[in-house]
Design a protein around this ligand. Structure first.
Ligand code: ADP
Length: 427
Protein backbone atom coordinates (compact mmCIF):
# COMPACT_ATOMS: atom_id res chain seq x y z
CA UNK A 1 0.00 0.00 0.00
CA UNK A 2 1.54 3.40 -0.94
CA UNK A 3 2.15 5.73 1.95
CA UNK A 4 2.00 9.48 2.22
CA UNK A 5 5.24 11.42 2.14
CA UNK A 6 4.82 12.73 5.71
CA UNK A 7 4.43 11.03 9.07
CA UNK A 8 1.53 11.16 11.49
CA UNK A 9 3.71 13.17 13.93
CA UNK A 10 4.10 15.94 11.39
CA UNK A 11 0.43 15.71 10.60
CA UNK A 12 -0.60 16.00 14.24
CA UNK A 13 1.19 19.35 14.61
CA UNK A 14 -0.82 20.96 11.86
CA UNK A 15 -4.20 19.90 13.31
CA UNK A 16 -6.55 19.80 10.43
CA UNK A 17 -9.17 17.09 10.43
CA UNK A 18 -10.93 15.66 7.45
CA UNK A 19 -14.60 14.85 8.00
CA UNK A 20 -16.13 12.80 5.19
CA UNK A 21 -19.91 13.10 5.36
CA UNK A 22 -22.98 12.66 3.19
CA UNK A 23 -24.43 16.11 2.57
CA UNK A 24 -27.52 15.40 4.67
CA UNK A 25 -25.63 13.99 7.67
CA UNK A 26 -27.01 14.85 11.08
CA UNK A 27 -23.50 14.56 12.47
CA UNK A 28 -21.55 17.13 10.44
CA UNK A 29 -22.46 20.15 12.55
CA UNK A 30 -21.47 18.39 15.76
CA UNK A 31 -18.09 17.46 14.30
CA UNK A 32 -17.46 21.01 13.12
CA UNK A 33 -18.21 22.27 16.62
CA UNK A 34 -16.01 19.62 18.19
CA UNK A 35 -13.09 20.43 15.92
CA UNK A 36 -13.47 24.11 16.65
CA UNK A 37 -13.32 23.44 20.39
CA UNK A 38 -10.22 21.29 19.90
CA UNK A 39 -8.64 24.20 18.00
CA UNK A 40 -8.49 22.19 14.85
CA UNK A 41 -9.50 23.20 11.35
CA UNK A 42 -11.95 21.03 9.45
CA UNK A 43 -12.19 20.05 5.84
CA UNK A 44 -15.61 18.60 5.04
CA UNK A 45 -15.53 16.24 2.08
CA UNK A 46 -19.09 15.82 0.90
CA UNK A 47 -21.40 15.47 -2.04
CA UNK A 48 -23.11 18.75 -1.17
CA UNK A 49 -23.78 21.08 -4.04
CA UNK A 50 -22.33 23.97 -2.10
CA UNK A 51 -19.08 24.04 -0.22
CA UNK A 52 -18.83 25.07 3.39
CA UNK A 53 -16.46 27.95 3.80
CA UNK A 54 -15.86 29.51 7.17
CA UNK A 55 -12.86 30.12 9.40
CA UNK A 56 -13.06 26.57 10.67
CA UNK A 57 -14.76 24.45 8.04
CA UNK A 58 -14.01 24.27 4.36
CA UNK A 59 -15.65 22.12 1.78
CA UNK A 60 -14.33 19.61 -0.71
CA UNK A 61 -16.69 18.25 -3.33
CA UNK A 62 -16.54 14.49 -3.87
CA UNK A 63 -18.81 11.72 -5.18
CA UNK A 64 -19.26 8.63 -3.04
CA UNK A 65 -20.19 6.66 -6.14
CA UNK A 66 -16.65 7.20 -7.45
CA UNK A 67 -14.49 6.24 -4.47
CA UNK A 68 -11.18 6.11 -6.36
CA UNK A 69 -11.62 9.61 -7.74
CA UNK A 70 -12.82 10.82 -4.33
CA UNK A 71 -9.73 9.26 -2.74
CA UNK A 72 -7.42 11.04 -5.20
CA UNK A 73 -9.24 14.36 -4.72
CA UNK A 74 -8.71 14.07 -0.98
CA UNK A 75 -5.03 13.13 -1.33
CA UNK A 76 -4.56 16.20 -3.53
CA UNK A 77 -6.29 18.38 -0.94
CA UNK A 78 -3.89 17.14 1.73
CA UNK A 79 -0.97 18.62 -0.20
CA UNK A 80 -2.04 22.12 0.85
CA UNK A 81 -2.09 21.07 4.47
CA UNK A 82 -1.88 17.55 5.89
CA UNK A 83 -4.59 15.95 8.00
CA UNK A 84 -4.19 15.16 11.67
CA UNK A 85 -7.17 12.83 11.71
CA UNK A 86 -9.84 11.47 9.41
CA UNK A 87 -13.46 10.76 10.29
CA UNK A 88 -16.19 9.06 8.30
CA UNK A 89 -19.43 10.27 9.85
CA UNK A 90 -21.92 7.80 8.37
CA UNK A 91 -22.03 4.29 6.97
CA UNK A 92 -21.63 5.56 3.41
CA UNK A 93 -18.40 7.44 4.13
CA UNK A 94 -16.63 5.05 6.51
CA UNK A 95 -14.78 2.98 3.94
CA UNK A 96 -13.36 5.99 2.14
CA UNK A 97 -12.34 7.51 5.48
CA UNK A 98 -10.59 4.26 6.42
CA UNK A 99 -8.66 4.29 3.13
CA UNK A 100 -7.55 7.87 3.59
CA UNK A 101 -6.58 7.43 7.26
CA UNK A 102 -4.59 4.31 6.40
CA UNK A 103 -2.81 6.14 3.58
CA UNK A 104 -1.71 8.87 5.97
CA UNK A 105 -0.73 6.51 8.80
CA UNK A 106 -3.37 7.99 11.07
CA UNK A 107 -5.42 5.89 13.53
CA UNK A 108 -7.70 3.81 11.32
CA UNK A 109 -9.66 0.67 10.71
CA UNK A 110 -8.95 -1.28 7.58
CA UNK A 111 -11.40 -0.57 4.74
CA UNK A 112 -12.30 -4.26 4.79
CA UNK A 113 -13.25 -4.20 8.47
CA UNK A 114 -15.64 -1.27 8.01
CA UNK A 115 -17.08 -2.82 4.88
CA UNK A 116 -17.77 -6.01 6.82
CA UNK A 117 -19.47 -4.11 9.62
CA UNK A 118 -21.51 -2.01 7.20
CA UNK A 119 -22.95 -4.76 5.01
CA UNK A 120 -25.49 -6.85 6.87
CA UNK A 121 -24.88 -10.00 4.80
CA UNK A 122 -21.08 -9.86 5.11
CA UNK A 123 -21.40 -8.93 8.79
CA UNK A 124 -23.63 -11.90 9.57
CA UNK A 125 -21.29 -14.34 7.82
CA UNK A 126 -18.25 -12.93 9.59
CA UNK A 127 -19.89 -13.09 13.03
CA UNK A 128 -21.23 -16.57 12.38
CA UNK A 129 -17.72 -17.78 11.59
CA UNK A 130 -16.41 -16.18 14.77
CA UNK A 131 -19.25 -17.84 16.75
CA UNK A 132 -20.66 -14.54 17.99
CA UNK A 133 -24.28 -14.79 19.18
CA UNK A 134 -26.37 -13.61 16.20
CA UNK A 135 -29.77 -14.63 14.83
CA UNK A 136 -29.85 -17.53 12.39
CA UNK A 137 -30.07 -16.08 8.92
CA UNK A 138 -30.22 -16.84 5.24
CA UNK A 139 -29.75 -14.75 2.13
CA UNK A 140 -32.54 -14.37 -0.38
CA UNK A 141 -32.44 -13.27 -3.99
CA UNK A 142 -35.34 -10.96 -4.83
CA UNK A 143 -35.13 -11.83 -8.50
CA UNK A 144 -35.92 -15.50 -7.77
CA UNK A 145 -39.03 -17.29 -6.57
CA UNK A 146 -39.51 -16.62 -2.85
CA UNK A 147 -41.23 -19.92 -2.15
CA UNK A 148 -38.28 -22.13 -2.96
CA UNK A 149 -35.97 -20.00 -0.84
CA UNK A 150 -37.95 -20.23 2.39
CA UNK A 151 -38.14 -23.98 2.83
CA UNK A 152 -37.84 -25.01 6.46
CA UNK A 153 -37.95 -21.45 7.77
CA UNK A 154 -39.26 -21.03 11.32
CA UNK A 155 -41.41 -17.96 12.03
CA UNK A 156 -41.38 -15.21 13.16
CA UNK A 157 -38.59 -13.82 11.01
CA UNK A 158 -37.19 -10.40 10.25
CA UNK A 159 -36.57 -9.48 6.62
CA UNK A 160 -34.14 -6.71 5.76
CA UNK A 161 -32.11 -5.16 2.96
CA UNK A 162 -28.36 -5.72 3.30
CA UNK A 163 -27.17 -2.17 2.82
CA UNK A 164 -29.71 0.31 4.19
CA UNK A 165 -29.77 1.77 7.69
CA UNK A 166 -32.09 3.45 10.18
CA UNK A 167 -34.43 0.42 10.15
CA UNK A 168 -35.39 1.16 6.53
CA UNK A 169 -36.93 -1.90 4.96
CA UNK A 170 -36.67 -3.93 8.17
CA UNK A 171 -39.95 -5.89 8.53
CA UNK A 172 -41.10 -8.67 10.83
CA UNK A 173 -43.10 -11.51 9.25
CA UNK A 174 -45.03 -14.03 11.33
CA UNK A 175 -45.89 -16.42 8.52
CA UNK A 176 -45.30 -17.12 4.86
CA UNK A 177 -48.00 -14.69 3.63
CA UNK A 178 -46.48 -11.86 5.65
CA UNK A 179 -43.04 -12.78 4.38
CA UNK A 180 -44.27 -12.58 0.80
CA UNK A 181 -45.81 -9.17 1.44
CA UNK A 182 -42.62 -8.00 3.15
CA UNK A 183 -40.36 -9.09 0.31
CA UNK A 184 -42.61 -7.36 -2.24
CA UNK A 185 -42.50 -4.17 -0.21
CA UNK A 186 -38.71 -4.31 0.22
CA UNK A 187 -38.25 -4.98 -3.49
CA UNK A 188 -40.22 -1.86 -4.32
CA UNK A 189 -38.14 0.16 -1.89
CA UNK A 190 -34.83 -1.22 -3.18
CA UNK A 191 -35.81 -0.62 -6.82
CA UNK A 192 -35.76 3.09 -6.01
CA UNK A 193 -32.34 2.97 -4.33
CA UNK A 194 -30.47 3.61 -7.56
CA UNK A 195 -27.24 4.50 -5.80
CA UNK A 196 -26.87 0.89 -4.61
CA UNK A 197 -25.01 -1.70 -6.65
CA UNK A 198 -27.41 -4.02 -8.42
CA UNK A 199 -26.36 -6.91 -6.15
CA UNK A 200 -27.39 -4.90 -3.10
CA UNK A 201 -30.72 -4.02 -4.68
CA UNK A 202 -31.51 -7.69 -5.16
CA UNK A 203 -30.24 -9.34 -2.03
CA UNK A 204 -32.02 -9.41 1.33
CA UNK A 205 -31.57 -11.23 4.61
CA UNK A 206 -34.21 -13.30 6.34
CA UNK A 207 -33.36 -13.95 9.94
CA UNK A 208 -34.77 -15.42 13.11
CA UNK A 209 -36.72 -12.87 15.16
CA UNK A 210 -34.94 -12.44 18.51
CA UNK A 211 -37.35 -11.41 21.28
CA UNK A 212 -36.04 -9.44 24.25
CA UNK A 213 -34.97 -6.06 25.55
CA UNK A 214 -32.99 -3.94 23.16
CA UNK A 215 -30.07 -1.67 24.03
CA UNK A 216 -27.67 0.49 22.09
CA UNK A 217 -24.04 0.31 23.12
CA UNK A 218 -21.70 3.22 22.40
CA UNK A 219 -18.05 2.29 22.62
CA UNK A 220 -14.59 3.48 21.67
CA UNK A 221 -11.88 1.23 20.29
CA UNK A 222 -8.22 1.88 20.92
CA UNK A 223 -5.77 -0.59 19.44
CA UNK A 224 -8.52 -3.17 19.38
CA UNK A 225 -9.58 -2.70 23.02
CA UNK A 226 -13.19 -1.65 23.55
CA UNK A 227 -14.18 0.90 26.19
CA UNK A 228 -17.88 1.26 26.82
CA UNK A 229 -18.85 4.91 26.70
CA UNK A 230 -22.51 4.47 27.42
CA UNK A 231 -25.34 1.96 27.20
CA UNK A 232 -28.77 3.24 26.19
CA UNK A 233 -31.85 1.28 27.22
CA UNK A 234 -34.73 1.30 24.77
CA UNK A 235 -37.69 0.98 27.11
CA UNK A 236 -40.42 0.67 24.48
CA UNK A 237 -40.96 -2.83 23.14
CA UNK A 238 -39.65 -3.12 19.59
CA UNK A 239 -41.70 -6.03 18.30
CA UNK A 240 -42.48 -4.98 14.77
CA UNK A 241 -43.78 -5.24 12.17
CA UNK A 242 -41.56 -2.15 11.72
CA UNK A 243 -38.83 -1.04 14.07
CA UNK A 244 -38.91 2.68 14.58
CA UNK A 245 -36.39 4.02 17.08
CA UNK A 246 -38.00 5.90 19.92
CA UNK A 247 -36.64 6.20 23.47
CA UNK A 248 -32.94 6.01 24.30
CA UNK A 249 -32.24 6.34 28.04
CA UNK A 250 -28.92 6.24 29.88
CA UNK A 251 -27.57 5.01 32.28
CA UNK A 252 -28.79 1.53 31.58
CA UNK A 253 -30.96 -0.12 34.20
CA UNK A 254 -29.63 -3.56 33.28
CA UNK A 255 -27.50 -5.33 35.89
CA UNK A 256 -23.72 -4.95 36.00
CA UNK A 257 -23.49 -8.59 34.91
CA UNK A 258 -25.55 -7.97 31.75
CA UNK A 259 -23.56 -4.83 31.04
CA UNK A 260 -20.34 -6.84 31.25
CA UNK A 261 -21.80 -9.42 28.90
CA UNK A 262 -22.74 -6.66 26.49
CA UNK A 263 -19.19 -5.37 26.52
CA UNK A 264 -17.79 -8.85 25.97
CA UNK A 265 -20.07 -9.66 23.04
CA UNK A 266 -19.57 -6.31 21.31
CA UNK A 267 -15.80 -6.66 21.81
CA UNK A 268 -15.98 -10.14 20.28
CA UNK A 269 -17.83 -8.75 17.26
CA UNK A 270 -15.27 -5.93 16.78
CA UNK A 271 -12.50 -8.51 16.90
CA UNK A 272 -14.28 -10.63 14.31
CA UNK A 273 -14.50 -7.66 11.94
CA UNK A 274 -10.91 -6.58 12.87
CA UNK A 275 -12.19 -3.18 13.90
CA UNK A 276 -9.48 -1.53 15.99
CA UNK A 277 -9.90 2.23 16.24
CA UNK A 278 -12.62 4.76 16.83
CA UNK A 279 -16.28 4.79 17.73
CA UNK A 280 -18.56 1.79 17.73
CA UNK A 281 -22.36 1.77 17.86
CA UNK A 282 -23.99 -1.59 18.54
CA UNK A 283 -27.60 -2.72 18.76
CA UNK A 284 -28.07 -5.75 20.99
CA UNK A 285 -30.96 -7.77 22.36
CA UNK A 286 -31.02 -9.41 25.76
CA UNK A 287 -33.15 -12.40 26.69
CA UNK A 288 -32.89 -15.49 28.86
CA UNK A 289 -30.48 -17.03 26.38
CA UNK A 290 -28.05 -14.14 26.81
CA UNK A 291 -26.89 -11.18 24.75
CA UNK A 292 -27.35 -11.15 20.98
CA UNK A 293 -25.71 -8.88 18.45
CA UNK A 294 -28.10 -7.34 15.94
CA UNK A 295 -25.61 -4.91 14.50
CA UNK A 296 -22.23 -3.29 15.19
CA UNK A 297 -21.36 -0.17 13.20
CA UNK A 298 -17.98 1.59 13.14
CA UNK A 299 -19.42 5.02 13.90
CA UNK A 300 -21.28 6.98 16.54
CA UNK A 301 -24.98 6.75 17.29
CA UNK A 302 -27.39 8.23 14.72
CA UNK A 303 -29.56 11.30 14.76
CA UNK A 304 -28.77 13.93 17.35
CA UNK A 305 -28.72 11.41 20.19
CA UNK A 306 -25.11 12.02 21.17
CA UNK A 307 -25.94 15.60 22.06
CA UNK A 308 -26.71 14.70 25.66
CA UNK A 309 -23.56 12.81 26.43
CA UNK A 310 -20.56 14.36 28.10
CA UNK A 311 -17.36 12.61 29.09
CA UNK A 312 -14.27 13.20 31.21
CA UNK A 313 -13.99 16.90 31.81
CA UNK A 314 -17.06 17.80 29.83
CA UNK A 315 -16.12 16.52 26.38
CA UNK A 316 -18.74 15.62 23.82
CA UNK A 317 -18.79 12.30 22.00
CA UNK A 318 -17.65 14.03 18.80
CA UNK A 319 -14.69 15.61 20.62
CA UNK A 320 -13.75 12.17 21.87
CA UNK A 321 -13.96 10.73 18.38
CA UNK A 322 -11.92 13.52 16.80
CA UNK A 323 -9.25 13.40 19.49
CA UNK A 324 -9.01 9.65 19.07
CA UNK A 325 -8.75 10.02 15.29
CA UNK A 326 -5.87 12.46 15.81
CA UNK A 327 -4.11 9.97 18.08
CA UNK A 328 -4.69 12.10 21.21
CA UNK A 329 -7.36 10.21 23.16
CA UNK A 330 -9.32 12.04 25.85
CA UNK A 331 -10.59 10.62 29.14
CA UNK A 332 -13.81 8.81 28.35
CA UNK A 333 -15.56 8.27 31.66
CA UNK A 334 -19.18 9.31 31.27
CA UNK A 335 -20.52 12.19 33.33
CA UNK A 336 -23.96 11.83 34.83
CA UNK A 337 -26.87 12.87 35.42
CA UNK A 338 -29.15 10.51 33.61
CA UNK A 339 -30.30 11.60 30.20
CA UNK A 340 -32.38 10.47 27.30
CA UNK A 341 -33.81 11.27 23.96
CA UNK A 342 -37.01 10.45 22.15
CA UNK A 343 -36.76 10.27 18.39
CA UNK A 344 -40.25 11.49 17.61
CA UNK A 345 -41.85 8.79 15.51
CA UNK A 346 -43.41 9.52 12.14
CA UNK A 347 -46.66 7.59 12.48
CA UNK A 348 -48.65 9.07 9.64
CA UNK A 349 -47.83 9.69 6.00
CA UNK A 350 -48.73 13.08 4.54
CA UNK A 351 -47.61 16.67 4.36
CA UNK A 352 -46.22 18.04 7.60
CA UNK A 353 -48.08 21.13 8.77
CA UNK A 354 -46.94 21.87 12.31
CA UNK A 355 -46.39 20.55 15.81
CA UNK A 356 -48.84 21.80 18.45
CA UNK A 357 -48.21 21.71 22.19
CA UNK A 358 -44.50 22.51 21.98
CA UNK A 359 -44.54 25.11 24.76
CA UNK A 360 -46.35 22.78 27.11
CA UNK A 361 -43.94 19.97 26.30
CA UNK A 362 -40.93 22.22 26.83
CA UNK A 363 -42.23 23.11 30.30
CA UNK A 364 -42.22 19.49 31.49
CA UNK A 365 -39.58 19.26 34.25
CA UNK A 366 -36.48 17.52 32.94
CA UNK A 367 -37.01 18.48 29.30
CA UNK A 368 -34.00 20.40 28.07
CA UNK A 369 -34.71 20.78 24.39
CA UNK A 370 -37.12 19.88 21.63
CA UNK A 371 -35.71 20.00 18.15
CA UNK A 372 -38.17 19.63 15.28
CA UNK A 373 -36.05 18.78 12.27
CA UNK A 374 -38.46 19.25 9.41
CA UNK A 375 -40.31 22.22 8.02
CA UNK A 376 -43.87 22.80 6.93
CA UNK A 377 -44.60 21.26 3.56
CA UNK A 378 -42.20 18.34 3.96
CA UNK A 379 -43.56 14.95 2.96
CA UNK A 380 -43.66 12.59 5.94
CA UNK A 381 -42.89 8.97 5.11
CA UNK A 382 -43.20 6.47 7.97
CA UNK A 383 -41.07 3.33 8.20
CA UNK A 384 -40.27 0.97 6.62
CA UNK A 385 -39.79 3.29 3.62
CA UNK A 386 -39.03 6.58 5.39
CA UNK A 387 -35.52 7.83 6.03
CA UNK A 388 -35.78 10.76 8.42
CA UNK A 389 -36.76 11.63 11.97
CA UNK A 390 -39.46 14.16 12.72
CA UNK A 391 -37.41 15.52 15.57
CA UNK A 392 -35.90 14.89 18.97
CA UNK A 393 -36.91 15.53 22.57
CA UNK A 394 -34.02 15.68 25.03
CA UNK A 395 -34.27 15.22 28.79
CA UNK A 396 -32.02 15.06 31.77
CA UNK A 397 -32.73 14.26 35.43
CA UNK A 398 -31.14 12.55 38.40
CA UNK A 399 -32.45 9.09 37.49
CA UNK A 400 -33.18 7.16 34.31
CA UNK A 401 -36.79 6.62 35.49
CA UNK A 402 -37.38 10.38 35.74
CA UNK A 403 -35.84 10.93 32.32
CA UNK A 404 -38.14 8.36 30.77
CA UNK A 405 -41.20 9.80 32.53
CA UNK A 406 -40.32 13.33 31.36
CA UNK A 407 -39.90 12.22 27.76
CA UNK A 408 -43.21 10.34 27.79
CA UNK A 409 -45.02 13.30 29.32
CA UNK A 410 -43.54 15.76 26.84
CA UNK A 411 -44.37 13.51 23.91
CA UNK A 412 -47.97 13.23 25.10
CA UNK A 413 -48.23 17.05 24.91
CA UNK A 414 -47.37 17.09 21.23
CA UNK A 415 -49.84 16.93 18.42
CA UNK A 416 -48.34 16.42 14.99
CA UNK A 417 -50.59 18.02 12.40
CA UNK A 418 -50.36 16.30 9.03
CA UNK A 419 -52.34 17.07 5.87
CA UNK A 420 -53.24 14.16 3.63
CA UNK A 421 -51.39 13.93 0.38
CA UNK A 422 -53.18 13.53 -2.91
CA UNK A 423 -51.19 12.24 -5.80
CA UNK A 424 -52.57 13.37 -9.13
CA UNK A 425 -52.15 10.93 -11.97
CA UNK A 426 -51.86 12.80 -15.24
CA UNK A 427 -52.74 10.41 -18.00
P1 ADP B 1 -30.66 -0.88 10.57
O1 ADP B 1 -29.20 -0.99 10.38
O2 ADP B 1 -31.39 -0.46 9.35
O3 ADP B 1 -31.05 -0.11 11.78
P2 ADP B 1 -31.03 -3.41 11.95
O4 ADP B 1 -30.64 -4.71 11.40
O5 ADP B 1 -30.17 -2.83 13.03
O6 ADP B 1 -31.18 -2.39 10.75
O7 ADP B 1 -32.52 -3.51 12.46
C1 ADP B 1 -33.24 -2.39 12.92
C2 ADP B 1 -34.08 -2.80 14.10
O8 ADP B 1 -34.93 -3.89 13.74
C3 ADP B 1 -33.27 -3.32 15.29
O9 ADP B 1 -32.83 -2.25 16.10
C4 ADP B 1 -34.30 -4.20 15.97
O10 ADP B 1 -35.20 -3.46 16.77
C5 ADP B 1 -35.06 -4.82 14.81
N1 ADP B 1 -34.46 -6.10 14.40
C6 ADP B 1 -33.60 -6.29 13.38
N2 ADP B 1 -33.25 -7.58 13.28
C7 ADP B 1 -33.91 -8.24 14.25
C8 ADP B 1 -33.98 -9.61 14.67
N3 ADP B 1 -33.31 -10.57 14.05
N4 ADP B 1 -34.76 -9.91 15.74
C9 ADP B 1 -35.47 -8.94 16.37
N5 ADP B 1 -35.46 -7.66 16.01
C10 ADP B 1 -34.69 -7.28 14.98
Amino acid sequence: MPRAPFTSEQATKTRRVLVIAPHSSYRTAAYIQAAQSLKSEVLIASEGEYSIVSDFARGLHIHFAEPDIAFQTIIEAAKDKPFSGVIGTDDSSLELAARVARYFNLPHNTPLSVRLAGRKDLARKCLQQARVAIPEFREMDLTKDVKVQVNGLEYPVVVKPVALSGSRGVIRANDYQELLAATTRIKKLLDKEQQLDIELQQKILVEQYIPGDEVAVEGMLRQGQLDILTIFDKPDPLEGPFFEESYYITPSRHSAKIQQQLRAVVQQACKAYSLKEGPVHAECRINNQGVWILEVAARTIGGLCARLLTFGTGHTLEQLVLAQAMGEPLITEEQRPASGVLMIPITQAGIFKRVEGLLEAQRVPGIIDIDIQIREGYELVPLPEGASYLGFIFASADTAEKVEAALRKAHACLKIVVAPMFKVNIA
